[in-house]
Structure formats: structure tokens, C-alpha cells
Design a protein around this ligand. Structure first.
Ligand code: AMP
Ligand code: GLY
Length: 427
């Protein structure tokens, strides 16, 4: 089997690792890939949001499957262009990817179809946004509607913070055009859970649920980031909760997208808040989560390429809704560059630890002119411990992440703390 994988992050390295683990004979081409993926396949430099360039590569290589890793090429219509040329693609159309690329669109779909979510209004006018924010009162959540690499959301505890966020996003345009429209959303209280549904547009299967640590600092403090770590399984994700999410969120969302003539094929990432009134959608993403993929895929028994081909409509998906897992636990700690998330300083020399029981996924790495490994992005590595025991997985992830040599590295030392507390409370 020949697979073309688009992307260069930790999620894509984890996908590449899973593909080659499932089938060591897989012929993997990654664009642009990264130094970690290079050990598993061939990397081709190109801009993955350039549909013509991606199609030219796919036409030349004739892969059995194209996997689109990140949201940017999906929002740019790369999957549509590939499908139009007959390629089997894992990833939604540009129209369906609006579930992630426009938070306003996602909110409208949810409100129209009775999918549980926070109450929100959307505005292109600063004065109106300010009035809605004042009407809601603090705490309140201000969101840039467009894509902002996980950084366009401000959970404002005070009115002052909320007004500052509106100024930053709408007047100072800190997220560029992504902030031309904002959502003013009610603050939801509870634990967060990420549930992934892999779908052909009608049928779906659910992968092991994960919890992400979005805040920069230990104890879930500091600014929101793209994600500083994640773990799976999550004991909150009981069979009955997952069944409820399937019935109340996934099924009706897929039905809504079919009804709009924009069926959603690929990976529907449901970012949920488990409130006292039940699970509510905080956000949808239209691709695998990063860094959740770095814990979910190591636990998955099923063959990933086969699932992706099923999602692309090449063979039937299912029949069971929940995919079996190995029964192990996985915990990943992100090692970020100094200055992340505001102003990551790249170029620092990097030395990686090697241990048989820990997976070190490259997220933002590159090579300097001398060929040495350097940090090239905000999130540099994701260090995943996998063990039969949750505590051991936490410990190994933390220990090995601390062994990474990178000047000024930012990393948390408490990934999985909520689950550890839950388990301690239950025993
Ligand atoms: P998003 O990019 O929409 O997932 O938001 C980033 C993070 O902001 C989420 O993971 C939550 O921690 C937080 N968040 C977003 N919306 C809300 C909300 N309505 N209430 C409370 N926290 C929220
Ligand atoms: N971990 C959050 C995301 O992938 O958007």
C-alpha cells in the first residue's frame, strides 16, 4: 500500500508511526514531513495548501490513499481537488471543513439542529460585540471565528479581560482576518473531553477518548496553547457517556451535514465540555487532534490505513461503533520552544532521548545547515509514554520529556493530573 501523508507536525509523525507499525511494508510519502517522519518514509518539500502542487505530486505518485493531517489544506480545498482527480482522500471537503474553519458556521449548524452547545452570538461589528459581551457579563468566552492555531479563544474571568480580548481580536487584528468575526459565548463549566469519530459521512466509529491540556503551565494555568499534553483513556468517558455523545452530538451533526448537501467525511473531532446538564460541544475540528493523536493511535488495535480507506468510501465502515483498544494507557508531554505560545524562538539545538518504552514524536523540528537537529516550531516534540498502568505512562512521559536537551524548553510536569486525582479518589 502506498500512502501520501500531508503535514509536518507531531500528529503526522504519530500517523506515520501507526501506518508503518500496522504494515511495515507500507510505502509512505510525506509532504513536507519532518526529520522524525523521514525515518519512516520519503519526505517531499512542498506547500500543502497549494492544491495544484499537491495534486501534481499525487498524480505522479498514484498513492492508494492520501491522508490530510492539518486543517489548513482542508480549509483551502485540497481534498476537493484531490477527489476531483480520483484520489482516495481521508479528510472532509472544504465546505464540510467549515465546521472547524468557521466557529460561526459550526455554531449555526449546532443551534439549527439542536446539538448541545453553549449559547453564543456572532459579530463583525466591534460595538455590537462589546454590547453582547456586557449583556452576558463575566465570565464570558471571546472567540475569533476563523482558524487561529488554537490561540483564538479567550476565556475572560472579568469584563476588563473580555474587552481587552475584543480590542485585540477586532481592532488590533492579532489573528488577522480570522478575527474579523467573533463569537461571544457563554462560559461553560466542567471537565473537557475530546471524542474522535471517523466517518464516511453516514456510518462512524469512535476512537478512544482523550483529554488535552491546553494551558501552558502546570495546574492548567496560564494562556491557552495548541495543547501542552494529552492522555487516554479518560475514566470520565464511560460507555454510557460515549453512547450519549454518539446519539446527541455525532449522529445529528453528520445528519445535519448530509442535509446541507455537504456530508462530512474524515475525522470529526468533538471538543466537549462535560457540564452538569450533560456534554456540550465547545468546538469541532475536522481532523485528528494534536497532541491527542499521539496518545490515541498508540492504543488503537485497528489498522489505520484501512479505516481511512473506509472513511474515503472505498469499503464499508463498522459495524461496531466503538473501536477496540489495547487496554494500555498513553500520556504525552509536549516539549515547546522558549517563548511559546506568544513568540516561540526557534533554531535551538536539540538532543533527543531514546528509550524502548517511550515514543518521541517530532512536532516542530528541522535541520540547520550543518545537518544538526533544531527546534523549528512552537511545539517541538511530543513524548508519549505507553504502559499497562496509567501512573507509569504519566511518569515515563514526564521523565523522558525532561531528558530532552533544548535550551529554554517549556514543558509541563503534570500531564494526566486530573486522571491521577480521579483514580486516587475512586480507590
Ligand atoms: P476552542 O479553540 O474553541 O476549543 O477553545 C479553546 C479552549 O478554551 C477550550 O479547550 C476550553 O478550555 C476553552 N473554552 C472554549 N469555549 C469555552 C466555553 N464556552 N466555556 C468555557 N471554556 C471554553
Ligand atoms: N489539541 C487541540 C487540537 O488539536 O485542536
Amino acid at each position: 500500500m502506498k500512502v501520501l501523508l500531508l503535514g509536518s507536525g507531531g500528529r503526522e509523525h504519530a500517523i506515520a508511526w501507526k501506518l508503518t507499525r500496522d504494515d511495515p511494508s507500507v510505502d509512505l510519502i510525506a509532504a513536507p514531513g519532518n526529520p522524525g517522519i523521514e525515518e519512516l518514509g520519503r519526505c517531499v518539500r512542498l506547500s500543502i495548501t497549494d492544491a495544484a502542487a499537491v495534486c501534481a505530486l499525487a498524480d505522479a505518485e498514484r498513492p492508494d490513499l492520501v491522508i490530510v493531517g492539518p486543517e489548513a489544506p482542508l480549509a483551502a480545498g485540497v481534498s476537493d481537488a484531490l477527489r476531483a482527480r480520483g484520489h482516495a482522500v481521508f479528510g472532509p471537503s472544504q465546505a464540510a471543513a467549515q465546521l472547524e474553519s468557521s466557529k460561526r458556521y459550526a455554531k449555526q449548524v449546532m443551534l439549527e439542529h439542536g446539538i448541545p452547545t453553549g449559547v453564543a452570538s456572532w459579530h463583525v461589528d466591534h460595538a455590537q460585540a462589546l454590547a453582547a459581551t456586557r449583556l452576558n457579563g463575566a465570565p464570558v468566552v471571546i472567540k475569533a471565528s476563523g482558524l487561529a492555531a488554537g490561540k483564538g479563544v479567550v476565556v475572560a474571568a472579568t469584563m476588563e479581560e473580555a474587552e481587552h480580548a475584543l480590542d485585540d481580536i477586532m481592532l488590533r487584528s492579532i489573528h488577522g482576518a480570522s478575527g474579523a468575526e467573533v463569537l461571544v459565548e457563554e462560559y461553560l463549566e466542567g471537565e473537557e473531553l475530546s471524542v474522535f469519530a471517523l466517518t464516511d459521512g453516514s456510518t462512524f466509529v469512535v476512537l478512544p477518548a482523550a483529554q488535552d491540556h491546553k494551558r501552558l503551565l502546570d495546574g492548567d494555568r496560564g494562556p491557552n496553547t495548541g495543547g501542552m499534553g494529552a492522555y487516554s483513556p479518560v475514566s470520565l468517558a464511560t460507555a454510557s457517556l460515549i453512547s450519549r455523545v454518539c446519539d446527541e452530538v455525532i449522529e445529528p451533526t453528520l445528519a445535519a451535514m448530509r442535509k446541507r448537501s455537504t456530508p462530512f467525511q474524515g475525522l470529526l473531532y468533538c471538543g466537549l465540555m462535560l457540564t452538569a446538564d450533560g456534554p456540550k460541544v465547545i468546538e469541532f475540528n475536522c481532523r485528528f487532534g494534536d497532541p491527542e493523536t499521539q496518545v490515541v493511535l498508540p492504543l488503537l488495535d485497528a489498522n489505520l490505513a484501512e479505516l481511512c480507506l473506509q472513511s474515503a468510501g472505498r469499503s464499508p465502515l463498522g459495524p461496531s461503533r466503538v473501536l477496540p483498544t489495547s487496554g494500555d494507557s498513553a500520556v504525552t508531554t509536549v516539549v515547546a520552544a522558549p517563548g511559546y505560545p506568544e513568540a516561540a524562538r526557534t533554531g535551538g539545538l536539540l538532543t533527543l532521548p531514546h528509550h524502548d518504552d517511550v515514543l518521541v514524536f517530532h512536532a516542530g523540528t528541522g535541520r540547520n545547515p550543518d545537518g544538526a537537529l533544531v527546534a523549528s516550531g512552537g511545539r517541538v516534540l511530543a513524548v508519549t509514554g505507553v504502559a499497562p498502568d496509567f501512573q507509569a505512562a504519566c511518569r515515563r512521559s514526564r521523565e523522558v520529556a525532561a531528558e530532552v536537551v533544548l535550551d529554554g524548553a517549556m514543558l509541563r510536569s503534570d500531564i494526566g493530573w486530573r486522571e491521577l486525582a480521579r483514580r486516587a479518589g475512586a480507590s
